[in-house]
Design a protein around this ligand. Structure first.
Ligand SMILES: Nc1ncnc2c1ncn2[C@@H]1O[C@H](COP(=O)(O)OP(=O)(O)OP(=O)(O)O)[C@@H](O)[C@H]1O
Ligand SMILES: [Mg+2]
Length: 286
């Protein structure tokens, strides 16, 4: 992994790095009990051509282990969505390397699920039919799907709303159902681009807890783009911070907070506050 360009993070991270050297080392140099890399990006370049040709991403290198939860933070326009779409196989890149589960990504792949900020649900279908839609399009056997969709609806707290249409749901419920659409396809890699960005803070906090529960139950690899430093720290094993255009990853911060994470045992933890303060400083938000 080419992280030469990465600045070392100061202050808190340095102290914590010492405290957690063993854990960090085993994560980045997996000599014993190695977790495989789910996503590997090496020296990736993305240029959008045109009159005002712009390098959206430069020298992006990162490695995300199977079952790791990683968030990306960065100023608006730094290329977070572009990076996520590239990893999803939705957008081509100019040079560099991108491997998902060891194979180059050249097109969208079945094991990669993507959740966007706005719901992808079709307004004329019920919640249940929307959640089952992708699976139906992939022609998965009905008998196999039906119990799975029922379980998902229950897990997402949408029981009783199976036969509602999207406009009859709250924003948070719609977003949960959109996540259900993707989970129904059993992705091993979940890419999320500000999935809770349009929601109020309280709903967002609740859905963060839900997301962690889903992640713990299903243990996908998650790559989440967010604007919320709090959300990134609360959820993640690592937080990547990007710089403004051309987007580069400048910091890779290991979040050493205990799991399972619940607001009541994390939000009062001084380390939680310290991570937020440190990342805020890095991002120049205060
Ligand atoms: N299809 C496109 N054609 C040309 N330029 C694009 C295209 N998509 C994105 N860009 C440019 O690439 C840069 C990165 O955009 P991107 O949407 O990835 O940023 P972002 O970090 O997700 O921003 P935000 O936080 O506002 O969502 C921007 O300068 C944008 O103008
Ligand atoms: Mg974006």
């Amino acid at each position: 992994m080419n992280l030469k360009k990465m600045e070392s993070t100061s202050g808190l991270t340095a102290v914590m790095a010492a405290e957690t050297a063993a854990a960090t080392t085993s994560m980045h140099h997996p000599l014993n009990a190695p977790a495989k890399d789910a996503i590997v990006v090496n020296n990736l370049l993305k240029r959008f051509p045109g009159k005002h040709s712009v390098n959206a991403l430069e020298e992006i290198s990162l490695a995300i282990k199977e079952r790791e939860f990683v968030s990306i933070l960065g100023p608006s326009g730094c290329g977070k969505s572009t990076l996520l779409r590239i990893v999803a196989g939705l957008v081509p890149y100019n040079s560099g390397e991108l491997l998902v589960n060891g194979l180059p990504v050249t097109a969208p792949r079945a094991e990669i699920g993507v959740v966007f900020q706005t719901s992808n649900m079709l307004p004329w279908l019920t919640v249940e039919k929307n959640i089952a839609l992708g699976a139906r399009l992939r022609k998965l056997p009905e008998a196999q799907m039906a119990p799975k969709i029922r379980d998902l609806i229950k897990m997402l707290g949408l029981s009783g709303f199976e036969n509602n249409h999207p406009h009859e749901l709250s924003g948070g419920m719609r977003q949960r159902a959109s996540i259900g659409q993707i989970l129904a396809l059993d992705p091993t890699i979940l890419l999320m681009d500000e999935p809770f960005g349009a929601l109020d803070a309280l709903t967002r906090d609740l859905l963060n807890v839900e997301l962690l529960r889903i992640w713990q139950e299903r243990m996908q690899t998650v790559l989440l783009v967010t604007h919320s430093i709090q959300e990134a720290v609360f959820l993640s094993d690592r937080v990547l911070v990007m710089s403004a255009r051309p987007g580069r990853i400048t910091h890779d911060i290991k979040i050493d907070l205990p799991r399972p994470r619940l607001p009541e045992n994390i939000k009062g933890n001084p380390r939680y506050g310290q991570y937020i303060a440190e990342i805020s400083k890095i991002m120049g938000v205060y």
